[in-house]
Design a protein around this ligand. Structure first.
Ligand SMILES: [Zn+2]
Ligand SMILES: [Zn+2]
Length: 432
Protein backbone atom coordinates (compact mmCIF):
# COMPACT_ATOMS: atom_id res chain seq x y z
CA UNK A 1 0.00 0.00 0.00
CA UNK A 2 1.22 3.51 -0.77
CA UNK A 3 0.53 6.60 1.33
CA UNK A 4 0.93 10.25 0.47
CA UNK A 5 0.37 12.94 3.08
CA UNK A 6 -0.36 15.97 0.93
CA UNK A 7 -0.41 18.34 3.87
CA UNK A 8 0.07 18.10 7.62
CA UNK A 9 3.51 16.61 8.18
CA UNK A 10 4.77 20.02 9.34
CA UNK A 11 1.64 22.06 9.94
CA UNK A 12 -1.71 22.18 11.69
CA UNK A 13 -4.75 22.05 9.42
CA UNK A 14 -5.51 21.18 5.83
CA UNK A 15 -5.15 17.44 6.42
CA UNK A 16 -5.23 15.38 3.24
CA UNK A 17 -3.83 11.85 3.00
CA UNK A 18 -4.04 9.44 0.06
CA UNK A 19 -4.04 5.68 0.58
CA UNK A 20 -3.52 3.64 -2.57
CA UNK A 21 -3.67 -0.14 -2.98
CA UNK A 22 -3.34 -2.08 -6.24
CA UNK A 23 -6.99 -1.42 -7.14
CA UNK A 24 -8.28 1.35 -4.89
CA UNK A 25 -7.50 4.96 -4.03
CA UNK A 26 -9.06 6.70 -1.05
CA UNK A 27 -8.52 10.07 0.52
CA UNK A 28 -8.51 10.63 4.28
CA UNK A 29 -9.90 14.12 4.83
CA UNK A 30 -9.86 16.95 2.31
CA UNK A 31 -8.92 19.87 4.49
CA UNK A 32 -8.57 23.54 3.68
CA UNK A 33 -5.37 24.88 5.26
CA UNK A 34 -5.46 27.11 8.32
CA UNK A 35 -2.09 28.69 7.58
CA UNK A 36 -0.17 29.98 4.59
CA UNK A 37 3.57 30.37 5.08
CA UNK A 38 3.07 30.40 8.84
CA UNK A 39 0.32 33.05 8.87
CA UNK A 40 -3.35 32.34 9.54
CA UNK A 41 -5.28 32.36 6.26
CA UNK A 42 -7.91 35.08 6.42
CA UNK A 43 -11.46 34.83 5.10
CA UNK A 44 -10.67 36.54 1.77
CA UNK A 45 -8.73 33.46 0.61
CA UNK A 46 -11.93 31.51 0.16
CA UNK A 47 -12.84 33.74 -2.80
CA UNK A 48 -9.59 33.16 -4.70
CA UNK A 49 -9.99 31.11 -7.90
CA UNK A 50 -8.99 27.43 -8.07
CA UNK A 51 -5.99 27.96 -10.35
CA UNK A 52 -4.52 30.67 -8.14
CA UNK A 53 -4.94 28.50 -5.04
CA UNK A 54 -3.29 25.63 -6.90
CA UNK A 55 -0.36 27.87 -7.90
CA UNK A 56 0.00 29.01 -4.29
CA UNK A 57 -0.01 25.40 -3.10
CA UNK A 58 -3.20 25.87 -1.04
CA UNK A 59 -4.72 23.16 -3.24
CA UNK A 60 -2.22 20.29 -3.51
CA UNK A 61 -1.56 18.76 -6.94
CA UNK A 62 -3.34 15.40 -6.99
CA UNK A 63 -4.28 13.51 -10.15
CA UNK A 64 -7.88 12.39 -10.52
CA UNK A 65 -9.30 14.37 -7.63
CA UNK A 66 -10.63 17.73 -8.74
CA UNK A 67 -13.70 18.76 -10.72
CA UNK A 68 -11.90 19.10 -14.07
CA UNK A 69 -10.12 15.72 -13.78
CA UNK A 70 -11.38 12.27 -14.71
CA UNK A 71 -12.23 10.93 -11.23
CA UNK A 72 -9.51 8.58 -10.01
CA UNK A 73 -10.55 8.08 -6.40
CA UNK A 74 -12.97 5.51 -5.00
CA UNK A 75 -13.95 7.52 -1.96
CA UNK A 76 -13.19 10.35 0.41
CA UNK A 77 -13.44 9.84 4.15
CA UNK A 78 -14.20 12.87 6.27
CA UNK A 79 -13.26 12.49 9.93
CA UNK A 80 -15.11 15.52 11.31
CA UNK A 81 -16.87 18.76 10.48
CA UNK A 82 -13.97 21.22 10.68
CA UNK A 83 -13.04 23.02 7.46
CA UNK A 84 -9.38 22.06 7.89
CA UNK A 85 -10.64 18.49 7.24
CA UNK A 86 -13.43 19.03 4.68
CA UNK A 87 -12.90 22.48 3.12
CA UNK A 88 -11.32 21.32 -0.15
CA UNK A 89 -14.42 19.26 -0.96
CA UNK A 90 -15.76 22.20 -2.93
CA UNK A 91 -13.04 21.62 -5.56
CA UNK A 92 -13.34 17.83 -5.58
CA UNK A 93 -15.08 15.97 -8.38
CA UNK A 94 -18.73 15.39 -7.41
CA UNK A 95 -18.54 11.89 -8.88
CA UNK A 96 -16.30 10.74 -6.03
CA UNK A 97 -18.40 9.50 -3.10
CA UNK A 98 -17.90 11.06 0.32
CA UNK A 99 -18.04 8.75 3.38
CA UNK A 100 -18.96 10.32 6.70
CA UNK A 101 -21.22 9.94 9.70
CA UNK A 102 -24.73 11.38 9.75
CA UNK A 103 -23.69 13.85 12.45
CA UNK A 104 -20.67 15.11 10.52
CA UNK A 105 -22.83 15.32 7.40
CA UNK A 106 -25.44 17.41 9.22
CA UNK A 107 -22.84 19.75 10.73
CA UNK A 108 -21.17 20.24 7.33
CA UNK A 109 -24.50 20.86 5.65
CA UNK A 110 -25.26 23.52 8.26
CA UNK A 111 -21.81 25.14 8.26
CA UNK A 112 -22.23 28.88 7.68
CA UNK A 113 -18.59 29.95 7.79
CA UNK A 114 -17.33 27.42 5.25
CA UNK A 115 -20.23 26.38 3.02
CA UNK A 116 -19.60 23.77 0.29
CA UNK A 117 -21.60 24.78 -2.81
CA UNK A 118 -23.87 21.98 -4.02
CA UNK A 119 -23.16 19.94 -0.90
CA UNK A 120 -26.64 18.48 -0.58
CA UNK A 121 -26.47 17.09 -4.15
CA UNK A 122 -23.19 15.27 -3.56
CA UNK A 123 -22.92 11.49 -3.39
CA UNK A 124 -22.66 11.06 0.40
CA UNK A 125 -22.52 7.60 1.96
CA UNK A 126 -23.40 7.64 5.63
CA UNK A 127 -21.30 5.44 7.88
CA UNK A 128 -22.10 4.16 11.37
CA UNK A 129 -19.61 4.49 14.17
CA UNK A 130 -18.06 1.14 15.18
CA UNK A 131 -19.50 -0.56 12.05
CA UNK A 132 -16.81 -1.64 9.55
CA UNK A 133 -17.44 -0.85 5.87
CA UNK A 134 -15.51 -1.34 2.65
CA UNK A 135 -14.29 0.88 -0.15
CA UNK A 136 -12.69 -1.39 -2.77
CA UNK A 137 -9.67 -3.10 -1.18
CA UNK A 138 -10.02 -1.13 2.06
CA UNK A 139 -11.99 -2.12 5.16
CA UNK A 140 -12.55 0.77 7.52
CA UNK A 141 -13.87 0.91 11.07
CA UNK A 142 -14.82 4.34 12.44
CA UNK A 143 -14.59 5.15 16.17
CA UNK A 144 -16.01 8.17 17.97
CA UNK A 145 -13.38 10.44 19.52
CA UNK A 146 -13.49 13.44 21.81
CA UNK A 147 -12.80 16.71 19.97
CA UNK A 148 -14.10 20.26 19.64
CA UNK A 149 -15.98 19.11 16.52
CA UNK A 150 -18.97 17.10 17.67
CA UNK A 151 -18.84 13.33 17.00
CA UNK A 152 -15.40 13.37 15.40
CA UNK A 153 -14.09 10.05 14.11
CA UNK A 154 -10.87 8.08 14.21
CA UNK A 155 -10.43 5.28 11.69
CA UNK A 156 -8.87 1.86 11.71
CA UNK A 157 -8.09 0.89 8.12
CA UNK A 158 -7.10 -2.53 6.84
CA UNK A 159 -5.88 -3.34 3.34
CA UNK A 160 -3.64 -5.96 1.76
CA UNK A 161 -2.68 -7.37 5.15
CA UNK A 162 -1.61 -4.01 6.59
CA UNK A 163 -3.36 -1.91 9.20
CA UNK A 164 -3.39 1.84 9.73
CA UNK A 165 -4.92 3.84 12.55
CA UNK A 166 -5.72 7.49 11.91
CA UNK A 167 -6.63 9.41 15.06
CA UNK A 168 -8.15 12.39 13.25
CA UNK A 169 -8.26 15.34 15.65
CA UNK A 170 -8.80 14.25 19.23
CA UNK A 171 -8.38 15.11 22.87
CA UNK A 172 -8.64 13.34 26.20
CA UNK A 173 -9.81 16.19 28.41
CA UNK A 174 -13.25 16.90 26.98
CA UNK A 175 -16.77 15.89 27.98
CA UNK A 176 -16.52 12.82 25.79
CA UNK A 177 -13.21 11.36 26.92
CA UNK A 178 -15.00 8.02 27.32
CA UNK A 179 -15.02 7.83 23.49
CA UNK A 180 -11.24 7.99 23.51
CA UNK A 181 -11.13 5.26 26.15
CA UNK A 182 -13.36 3.02 24.05
CA UNK A 183 -11.29 3.71 20.94
CA UNK A 184 -8.10 2.76 22.78
CA UNK A 185 -9.73 -0.38 24.12
CA UNK A 186 -11.28 -1.59 20.87
CA UNK A 187 -8.89 -0.49 18.13
CA UNK A 188 -6.34 -3.07 16.98
CA UNK A 189 -3.03 -3.07 18.86
CA UNK A 190 0.30 -3.19 17.08
CA UNK A 191 -0.96 -1.61 13.83
CA UNK A 192 1.56 -1.20 11.03
CA UNK A 193 1.10 2.55 11.11
CA UNK A 194 -0.39 5.17 13.42
CA UNK A 195 -1.12 8.59 11.95
CA UNK A 196 -1.52 10.79 15.00
CA UNK A 197 -2.20 14.48 15.48
CA UNK A 198 0.00 16.74 17.61
CA UNK A 199 -1.61 20.18 17.43
CA UNK A 200 -0.74 21.34 20.94
CA UNK A 201 2.92 20.28 20.84
CA UNK A 202 5.28 23.23 20.86
CA UNK A 203 2.57 25.61 22.02
CA UNK A 204 3.49 27.35 25.22
CA UNK A 205 1.44 29.02 27.89
CA UNK A 206 -1.78 27.10 27.16
CA UNK A 207 -3.70 26.08 30.25
CA UNK A 208 -4.27 22.34 30.37
CA UNK A 209 -7.70 22.27 31.95
CA UNK A 210 -10.51 19.82 31.33
CA UNK A 211 -13.82 20.91 29.83
CA UNK A 212 -15.45 20.46 33.25
CA UNK A 213 -12.80 22.61 34.96
CA UNK A 214 -13.37 25.21 32.28
CA UNK A 215 -17.12 25.11 32.98
CA UNK A 216 -16.30 25.77 36.63
CA UNK A 217 -14.12 28.77 35.73
CA UNK A 218 -16.84 30.12 33.45
CA UNK A 219 -19.37 29.79 36.28
CA UNK A 220 -17.04 31.67 38.65
CA UNK A 221 -16.60 34.48 36.13
CA UNK A 222 -20.36 34.66 35.57
CA UNK A 223 -20.98 34.71 39.29
CA UNK A 224 -18.61 37.62 39.82
CA UNK A 225 -19.99 39.71 36.97
CA UNK A 226 -22.79 42.04 37.97
CA UNK A 227 -24.05 42.47 34.41
CA UNK A 228 -24.89 40.49 31.29
CA UNK A 229 -22.35 37.83 30.32
CA UNK A 230 -21.64 37.52 26.60
CA UNK A 231 -20.21 34.14 25.66
CA UNK A 232 -18.18 33.59 22.54
CA UNK A 233 -17.35 30.00 21.65
CA UNK A 234 -17.15 28.92 17.99
CA UNK A 235 -20.66 28.28 16.76
CA UNK A 236 -20.41 24.51 16.27
CA UNK A 237 -18.38 23.71 19.38
CA UNK A 238 -21.32 21.92 20.96
CA UNK A 239 -19.50 20.75 24.09
CA UNK A 240 -18.40 24.34 24.80
CA UNK A 241 -21.97 25.59 24.34
CA UNK A 242 -22.96 22.95 26.91
CA UNK A 243 -20.27 24.30 29.27
CA UNK A 244 -21.67 27.83 28.94
CA UNK A 245 -25.23 26.61 29.42
CA UNK A 246 -24.38 24.58 32.53
CA UNK A 247 -22.35 27.45 34.00
CA UNK A 248 -25.25 29.87 33.38
CA UNK A 249 -27.69 27.41 34.94
CA UNK A 250 -25.54 27.03 38.05
CA UNK A 251 -25.55 30.85 38.44
CA UNK A 252 -29.31 31.07 37.94
CA UNK A 253 -28.94 33.00 34.70
CA UNK A 254 -31.16 32.69 31.65
CA UNK A 255 -29.13 31.26 28.77
CA UNK A 256 -29.90 33.02 25.50
CA UNK A 257 -28.67 31.36 22.31
CA UNK A 258 -28.95 32.56 18.74
CA UNK A 259 -31.32 30.91 16.30
CA UNK A 260 -28.47 29.17 14.48
CA UNK A 261 -27.17 27.42 17.60
CA UNK A 262 -30.74 26.46 18.53
CA UNK A 263 -31.24 24.98 15.06
CA UNK A 264 -27.98 23.01 15.13
CA UNK A 265 -28.76 21.56 18.56
CA UNK A 266 -32.28 20.67 17.47
CA UNK A 267 -31.01 18.92 14.31
CA UNK A 268 -28.56 16.91 16.42
CA UNK A 269 -31.39 15.97 18.75
CA UNK A 270 -33.44 14.80 15.77
CA UNK A 271 -30.69 12.42 14.67
CA UNK A 272 -30.50 10.86 18.09
CA UNK A 273 -28.22 12.94 20.33
CA UNK A 274 -29.74 13.20 23.77
CA UNK A 275 -29.12 15.62 26.63
CA UNK A 276 -28.34 18.64 24.49
CA UNK A 277 -29.57 22.03 25.71
CA UNK A 278 -32.26 22.38 23.04
CA UNK A 279 -34.79 25.14 23.71
CA UNK A 280 -38.09 23.55 24.76
CA UNK A 281 -40.99 23.92 27.16
CA UNK A 282 -39.05 21.74 29.59
CA UNK A 283 -36.20 24.25 29.71
CA UNK A 284 -37.52 27.64 30.76
CA UNK A 285 -33.91 28.71 31.40
CA UNK A 286 -33.10 28.76 27.65
CA UNK A 287 -34.26 31.47 25.27
CA UNK A 288 -33.56 32.19 21.60
CA UNK A 289 -32.82 35.44 19.81
CA UNK A 290 -32.56 36.24 16.12
CA UNK A 291 -29.70 38.49 15.09
CA UNK A 292 -30.72 39.99 11.75
CA UNK A 293 -27.57 39.30 9.74
CA UNK A 294 -27.36 35.76 11.02
CA UNK A 295 -30.99 35.06 10.16
CA UNK A 296 -30.44 36.45 6.64
CA UNK A 297 -27.35 34.27 6.19
CA UNK A 298 -29.27 31.20 7.32
CA UNK A 299 -32.09 31.91 4.86
CA UNK A 300 -29.53 32.30 2.09
CA UNK A 301 -27.32 29.29 2.85
CA UNK A 302 -29.63 26.85 4.60
CA UNK A 303 -32.77 27.63 2.66
CA UNK A 304 -35.99 29.57 3.05
CA UNK A 305 -37.72 28.80 6.28
CA UNK A 306 -34.52 27.68 8.01
CA UNK A 307 -35.05 30.29 10.71
CA UNK A 308 -38.55 29.09 11.48
CA UNK A 309 -39.30 27.46 14.80
CA UNK A 310 -38.65 28.27 18.46
CA UNK A 311 -41.26 31.07 18.34
CA UNK A 312 -42.48 30.22 21.82
CA UNK A 313 -38.98 30.63 23.24
CA UNK A 314 -37.82 33.66 21.29
CA UNK A 315 -36.95 36.89 23.08
CA UNK A 316 -36.52 40.33 21.56
CA UNK A 317 -33.38 42.41 21.86
CA UNK A 318 -35.36 44.88 23.93
CA UNK A 319 -36.41 42.19 26.40
CA UNK A 320 -32.80 41.06 26.72
CA UNK A 321 -31.78 44.67 27.36
CA UNK A 322 -34.39 45.03 30.12
CA UNK A 323 -33.26 41.90 31.97
CA UNK A 324 -29.60 42.04 31.03
CA UNK A 325 -28.22 41.37 34.54
CA UNK A 326 -30.00 38.00 34.53
CA UNK A 327 -28.72 36.88 31.14
CA UNK A 328 -25.78 34.88 29.76
CA UNK A 329 -25.90 35.06 25.96
CA UNK A 330 -24.02 33.54 23.05
CA UNK A 331 -22.78 36.22 20.69
CA UNK A 332 -20.92 36.58 17.42
CA UNK A 333 -19.35 39.61 15.76
CA UNK A 334 -22.04 39.79 13.05
CA UNK A 335 -24.63 40.49 15.76
CA UNK A 336 -23.00 43.80 16.68
CA UNK A 337 -25.80 45.94 15.23
CA UNK A 338 -28.37 43.92 17.20
CA UNK A 339 -26.32 44.27 20.38
CA UNK A 340 -26.22 48.03 19.93
CA UNK A 341 -30.02 48.15 20.05
CA UNK A 342 -30.14 46.24 23.33
CA UNK A 343 -28.57 49.04 25.37
CA UNK A 344 -26.13 46.70 27.10
CA UNK A 345 -23.65 48.04 29.63
CA UNK A 346 -21.10 47.01 32.25
CA UNK A 347 -21.18 43.32 31.41
CA UNK A 348 -18.54 40.70 30.76
CA UNK A 349 -17.33 39.17 27.51
CA UNK A 350 -15.95 35.61 27.78
CA UNK A 351 -13.91 34.83 24.70
CA UNK A 352 -13.64 31.07 24.29
CA UNK A 353 -11.95 30.11 21.04
CA UNK A 354 -8.56 30.03 19.45
CA UNK A 355 -6.72 33.31 20.28
CA UNK A 356 -5.50 33.70 16.65
CA UNK A 357 -9.06 34.66 15.61
CA UNK A 358 -9.19 37.49 18.11
CA UNK A 359 -7.24 39.90 15.89
CA UNK A 360 -9.75 39.68 13.03
CA UNK A 361 -11.20 43.13 12.23
CA UNK A 362 -14.82 42.22 13.00
CA UNK A 363 -13.78 40.84 16.40
CA UNK A 364 -11.78 43.98 17.16
CA UNK A 365 -14.85 46.10 16.26
CA UNK A 366 -17.08 44.05 18.55
CA UNK A 367 -14.68 44.25 21.47
CA UNK A 368 -14.00 47.96 21.12
CA UNK A 369 -17.76 48.62 21.14
CA UNK A 370 -18.18 46.52 24.27
CA UNK A 371 -15.30 48.37 25.94
CA UNK A 372 -17.01 51.66 25.18
CA UNK A 373 -20.06 50.30 27.02
CA UNK A 374 -18.08 49.49 30.15
CA UNK A 375 -17.61 45.76 29.51
CA UNK A 376 -14.68 43.82 30.85
CA UNK A 377 -13.43 40.70 29.11
CA UNK A 378 -11.66 37.44 29.86
CA UNK A 379 -10.24 34.52 27.93
CA UNK A 380 -11.53 31.16 29.11
CA UNK A 381 -10.70 28.33 26.77
CA UNK A 382 -9.25 24.85 26.64
CA UNK A 383 -7.92 23.18 23.54
CA UNK A 384 -9.97 20.91 21.30
CA UNK A 385 -6.77 18.89 20.84
CA UNK A 386 -4.91 16.38 22.98
CA UNK A 387 -2.26 17.50 25.42
CA UNK A 388 1.07 15.72 25.52
CA UNK A 389 0.03 13.22 28.18
CA UNK A 390 -2.90 11.94 26.11
CA UNK A 391 -0.80 11.78 22.94
CA UNK A 392 1.68 9.60 24.79
CA UNK A 393 -1.13 7.50 26.21
CA UNK A 394 -2.54 6.81 22.73
CA UNK A 395 0.87 5.78 21.42
CA UNK A 396 1.52 3.56 24.42
CA UNK A 397 -1.84 1.81 24.38
CA UNK A 398 -2.00 1.25 20.63
CA UNK A 399 1.71 0.29 20.45
CA UNK A 400 1.98 0.64 16.68
CA UNK A 401 4.96 -0.55 14.64
CA UNK A 402 5.42 2.89 13.08
CA UNK A 403 4.19 6.35 14.10
CA UNK A 404 3.86 9.28 11.71
CA UNK A 405 2.94 12.63 13.26
CA UNK A 406 0.52 14.87 11.36
CA UNK A 407 -1.51 18.04 12.04
CA UNK A 408 1.40 19.52 13.99
CA UNK A 409 3.99 22.27 13.79
CA UNK A 410 6.25 20.24 16.00
CA UNK A 411 6.58 16.71 14.54
CA UNK A 412 10.05 16.31 16.05
CA UNK A 413 8.46 16.47 19.54
CA UNK A 414 7.18 12.93 18.88
CA UNK A 415 10.75 11.60 18.60
CA UNK A 416 11.13 11.70 22.34
CA UNK A 417 7.86 9.78 22.89
CA UNK A 418 8.76 6.61 21.05
CA UNK A 419 11.54 5.00 19.02
CA UNK A 420 9.16 4.02 16.18
CA UNK A 421 8.44 7.58 15.04
CA UNK A 422 9.16 8.44 11.40
CA UNK A 423 8.96 12.01 10.17
CA UNK A 424 7.50 12.28 6.67
CA UNK A 425 7.31 15.12 4.19
CA UNK A 426 4.26 16.60 2.47
CA UNK A 427 3.61 15.18 -0.98
CA UNK A 428 6.29 12.47 -0.81
CA UNK A 429 4.74 8.99 -1.19
CA UNK A 430 5.90 6.13 1.01
CA UNK A 431 5.09 2.43 1.07
CA UNK A 432 3.72 0.33 3.87
ZN1 LIG B 1 -7.88 19.86 12.35
ZN1 LIG C 1 -10.73 19.51 14.17
Amino acid sequence: MQLTIYRGTQEVGGTMIELRSSNTRILLDAGYPLFYQGKVIDDSWVKKPFEELRQLGVIPRVEGLYCQDVPGFDGILISHAHSDHFGLLKYIHPGIPVYLSETTDKLMEMNLSFPIPGYSERDRRLIEMYEPFSIGDFTIKPFLTDHSAFAAAAFEINCEGKSIIYTGDFRGHGRRRAYLDRFLKEAGKGADLLLIEGTTLGRTGESECTEEELEERIAQAMEMSGGIVLCQPTSQNIDRVISFYKAAKSCGKIFVMDIYTAKVLDELRRIGWKDLPVPSLLRPDIRVYRPRMLAAKMEKLLGKGSTKGFRAFTVSGRAIGRKQEQVAMLIRPSALSDLKLMGLRNGLLIYSQWQEYRDKPYQVRLESYLKSRGFSDCYLHTSGHAFEGDIQKVIKELSPKEIVPIHTFCPEAFLKFNANVTLRRDGVPFRL
